[in-house]
Design a binder for this molecule. Structure first.
Ligand SMILES: Cc1cc2nc3c(=O)[nH]c(=O)nc-3n(C[C@H](O)[C@H](O)[C@H](O)COP(=O)(O)OP(=O)(O)OC[C@H]3O[C@@H](n4cnc5c(N)ncnc54)[C@H](O)[C@@H]3O)c2cc1C
Length: 419
């Protein structure tokens, strides 16, 4: 019997596990891959999106606490790029191994959570499938950090999928890398011409990818370029047949874009298609129905909730779920919204919290807080909250939110200007 079981080892799951252990709890972290890091390592998602805010003329970290600690550890391994955004995900895996080891967390890899036993609104155990067969693990509390809300849904919680009107989710993207690129030739002018030609080819039907332009980032390795530019639309990210098709479609788009760049763009003449991520990236899927649903208006009004456990200011960044185009609502440098604790509480289950991209919100709100730095702060909030509940021996529905906030602030979290 563990104090807490954390389902999923992405940014939010690792932060949840470490923060629960910091409160003195025994933690089992269950992950289907053979490494931690979630989308960052399994889908090659890179770089970190915005995690700063300008307040009273001062530049501060809006995603602080454990996220700062992770950045420090990456720095110690020379794993951060100079722009403070790009990072080496191979070393992130190692950082997460070290952190979970230091916090005394039991990590179970290659294990898929396939069911949950619920009694009287409490999750009692989860069933995990792996090479040993199916095994049940019990705990007093549970955190769902699976991104897709698997544990919550297996426990009978209600959820939303994608847009309210038609359940379409943001597109899935297979990130990939091209090596042997001559960076010196890649001037802004070259990229501008490349994008113009790409548009022309799309209009002529020579490029099938619905994405409007070429989304690319520098990589930690010299001569390697990171592309976040495939776009799979109108597929359900939690229907495995759809995802299987999406993986194959995305690889075709990957080859299409690589061939286009190699044939037409200076700098790519001697390039090599290096690798695609182990699995296609899911921006959005299920979001649980929680005690509060975060909305686009909450974000645009920069709402400051009394029970805020995290804050954000990344743009509302919506990749068109049904075709071309990406819409953005940008926050000003000094603007931010907060996220209430109630978004972590699924309705109907008393000892379960969610964290990361599957908390309770609308499609539009999720388009902002889904980024890795904010998911990390949501995980830290969930783990700390379980620590507070366990110490008082109460269900999450009776959590002392004041004390949770106090603890988070003491660990460095930014929860609003008037903390
Ligand atoms: C293509 C793409 C581009 C993006 N671009 C950026 C970007 O540039 N910058 C940025 O900051 N963010 C970006 N994001 C968003 C960000 O990467 C994710 O939203 C964020 O990493 C989610 O973190 P998480 O911990 O909630 O979930 P995840 O990172 O998805 O972690 C969930 C973990 O749970 C595991 N899991 C799932 N189900 C089970 C199960 N049943 N049993 C056991 N384990 C399970 C998974 O293997 C995974 O490790 C992007 C996302 C995508 C897909």
């Amino acid at each position: 019997m563990y104090d807490v079981i954390v389902a999923g080892g992405g940014f939010s799951g690792v932060a949840a596990a470490c923060s629960a252990a910091r409160e003195g709890l025994s933690v089992l972290l269950i992950e289907k891959h053979g490494f931690l890091g979630g989308a960052a390592c399994g889908c090659y998602v890179n770089p970190f999106m915005r995690y700063h805010l300008t307040l009273n003329g001062e530049n501060i970290m809006i995603s602080d606490g454990l996220f700062r600690n992770i950045l420090t550890r990456l720095d110690e391994k020379n794993a951060m790029m100079k722009n403070r955004r790009g990072f080496n995900e191979e070393l992130l895996k190692l950082v997460f191994d070290e952190m979970t080891e230091e916090y005394g967390i039991t990590v179970l890899f290659h294990s898929y959570i396939i069911s949950s036993r619920v009694e009287n609104s409490f999750v009692k155990s989860v069933t995990v499938a792996n090479k040993l067969g199916c095994t049940d693990f019990e705990a007093h509390y549970f955190i769902d950090a699976t991104g897709d809300a698997d544990l919550s849904v297996l426990s009978g919680c209600n959820y939303r999928l994608g847009r309210e009107a038609d359940n379409l989710c943001q597109p899935m993207t297979l990130c990939f890398r091209i090596a042997g690129v001559d960076y010196d030739k890649l001037t802004p002018e070259v990229w501008k011409n490349a994008n113009n030609l790409y548009s022309k080819y799309r209009d002529e039907g020579k490029i099938k990818n619905p994405r409007e332009d070429i989304l690319h980032f520098p990589h930690v390795a010299e001569g390697v370029i990171h592309l976040n530019s495939t776009r799979i639309i109108k597929k359900n990210p939690v229907d495995t047949f759809d995802v299987s098709e999406a993986e194959r479609m995305a690889r075709k788009q990957e080859y299409e874009l690589y061939s286009f760049l190699k044939e037409n763009v200076p700098g790519f003449e001697n390039s090599v298609l290096l690798a695609s991520a182990p699995e296609i990236g899911v921006r959005e899927s299920r979001m649980i129905e929680g005690e509060y649903t975060l909305t686009e208006n909450d974000l645009k009004n920069c709402t400051k909730f009394d029970d805020a456990i995290a804050a954000g200011n990344y743009d509302i960044d919506i990749h068109n779920p049904e075709g071309s185009g990406t819409s953005h609502y940008f926050f000003k440098d000094n603007e931010y919204y907060t996220i209430p604790f109630r978004c972590l509480q699924p309705k109907g289950i008393k000892n379960l919290l969610t964290s990361g991209r599957c908390i309770s919100s609308t499609h539009e709100a999720q388009a902002s807080y889904r980024i890795m730095p904010i998911c990390c702060t949501l995980g830290e909030a969930a783990g700390t909250a379980i620590g507070v509940c366990a110490a008082q021996n109460v269900p999450c529905s009776e959590a002392d939110v004041g004390l949770i906030r106090q603890k988070l602030i003491s660990y460095g979290a930014f929860l609003g200007q008037n903390n």
